[in-house]
Design a protein around this ligand. Sequence first.
Ligand code: NAP
Length: 251
Amino acid sequence: MIDALGSVGSLLLVGGTSDIAVATARRYLAERPLRVVVAARDTPRRAAVAEELAAAGARVEVVDFDADDPGSPAKMVAQAAAGGDIDVAVVAFGQLGDPELLRSDADAVGRLAHVNYVAPAVVGTELAGRMRAQGHGVIVALSSVAGERPRASNFVYGSSKAGLDAFYSGLADSLVGSGVSVLVVRPGFVRSKMTEGLADAPLATTPEAVADAIVNGVRKGRHTVWVPGVMRWVMSGLRHTPRAIFRRLPI
Ligand SMILES: NC(=O)c1ccc[n+]([C@@H]2O[C@H](COP(=O)([O-])OP(=O)(O)OC[C@H]3O[C@@H](n4cnc5c(N)ncnc54)[C@H](OP(=O)(O)O)[C@@H]3O)[C@@H](O)[C@H]2O)c1
């Protein structure tokens, strides 16, 4: 249970090998030791993350999670909850995809939509049910500014994030009064594994900055955060930019 000072005792990382998820765990571990459940595909990176977080003072549990497997979310949440209550769950898995391929390959579009929208919605439903039963908890969902107004250069990813964002925003409203809350996080370009090799976009940020925003947002009971914060105003402007102009922007 999150205590009166906002200290978190247990953290579930869904997509536990994500740079943002790992930075969030590090940020919490800098405050106090806690239980961290790393839910991810079985890869060498997962083992390395588990080892790193244990060395930083976490009581680590590793659970299998594969967003491509429809049965995985229910199993993963049940296993994570078997070890005790989940105070904060960070839903951080996702794929950027190859925009060129996604322009013409319908199967690739379907797979990306599944990993970035269908699976997060199923995971959110499982987490909400579990947290309602325990009577408390915070679900943190990694959305993106890309979902606020999808642009031609990566509209498949952007549209999947728009769906995720709408799902978790609606879930948040449906949970009012249950003791469970949802924080939707909308980062801009983050220098992580996902964007490795890509040129920085304007206002590029780091996994550590996103982790700070998550920890502060959870502590303050916020429902939405942008990273960096100024993105909120940038996106507000872009959202209302006339379409004919928006299409011509080099973004
Ligand atoms: N980086 C950015 O610029 C940015 C901006 C806004 C929002 N976001 C969002 O933030 C979240 C975290 O991204 P990140 O920047 O931390 O990137 P990341 O380090 O690449 O993390 C993404 C994680 O998703 C996991 N994943 C992908 N497909 C999966 C599947 N089928 N089943 C289970 N796990 C799967 C990967 O796990 P494996 O180790 O198994 O591959 C990977 O660790 C994502 O949802 C992303 O869309 C990122």
